[in-house]
Design a protein around this ligand. Sequence first.
Ligand code: SAM
Ligand code: DTB
Ligand code: SF4
Length: 362
Amino acid sequence: MTAARHNWTQKEILAIYNKPLMELLYKASTIHRLHHDPNTVQVSTLLSIKTGGCPEDCGYCPQAARYHTNIEGNDLMSVTQVKAQALRAKASGSSRVCMGAAWRNVKDGEEFDRVLEMVRTINKLDMEVCCTLGMLTENQAKRLAEAGLYAYNHNLDSSEDYYKQVISTRGFEDRLKTINNVRKTNVTVCSGGIIGMGETEEDRAGMLVALSTLNPQPESVPINALVAVEGTPLEDQKPVSIWDMVRMVATTRIVMPETQVRLSAGRTQMTQEGQAMCFFAGANSIFAGDKLLTTPNPDVNEDMELFKLLGLNPQKPFIKKMQPQTVEAKDSAYESLGEKPKWSRPEHTIARNQAAKVKGKS
Ligand code: SAM
Ligand code: DTB
Ligand code: SF4
């Protein structure tokens, strides 16, 4: 397989982001097809297991206690409630449940024990389990891994520079530390960010530098368009243009070829054509369910209609990768991009090609 590059620079990423659109789409889509089945999209269902009342000051978040938003807060759900929701998600074609808690960080005690039991329960349903619970210690990450957690979502959210303008109660370094703690276990890393918070294109590229230079790169990268919620400091931000979303998805796909790129918050603002363009540009996962954590999301039936229309199939759980492509298929795809293939050909292929050349000459 092509080795993912871990030395992308902001300048290189910005140049990709600003390519003429048709070239950007062609390149992203070609790379996408080399690493993934273009007709398969992974479906994750979000479940807010503890809503609102968070002590942090993330400027985009309706769940921060200090902002006066119109959400209904809830204490931590019971395991029984979570199991019922997971079964509904499975029946609607979802392969993963992502449980979100409005916590700054995980605290050891009864509530964390309950979350561990939720993880074990969903695992038994043969579904992937993801959690997003805020900051984690190494020991907490290990306990989640032992319970069978498949992925941990912890977003970098923006570039290191812009992050400081959006959140003051914790630093970019804290985010990286939690990701690093997750990496010490066999739990996969899900980390991405938000566009549309007033950041520049340089900030978007900066965030992709921070994500793509992680080694290994995150197994999944959610790209959220800000949902501007009344009462938050970002309430007046203009909706993200579809062209920005497509460029961000395509650039993410190019710099992180093997990752699952997730079309996340903001899909209610997107047309079917807009979402189709994102799938073509390399998005291969969505958050499904009528609600994200607190804000609306397209109806599950609407999503399944879109899948039918586009001939997309929901991915089955626990499938890490499609079968690798033949060396010849990869060579020709990279050559069509004007790039030299980056993998070493197996000896037998070289021998076979040389034999064919000799035969052609005689
Ligand atoms: N409290 C935990 C944390 O911050 O890591 C987990 C939940 S938090 C709501 C998960 C992610 O949701 C955030 O990192 C952010 O990327 C995304 N998010 C929150 N509010 C959003 C909004 N209004 N629009 C888009 N994405 C949002
Ligand atoms: C992610 O990147 N996006 C999801 C999930 N990870 C947890 C959350 C989106 C939240 C949007 C605002 C809300 O519904 O509260
Ligand atoms: Fe709290 Fe997470 Fe919202 Fe920040 S994003 S306010 S940490 S729930």
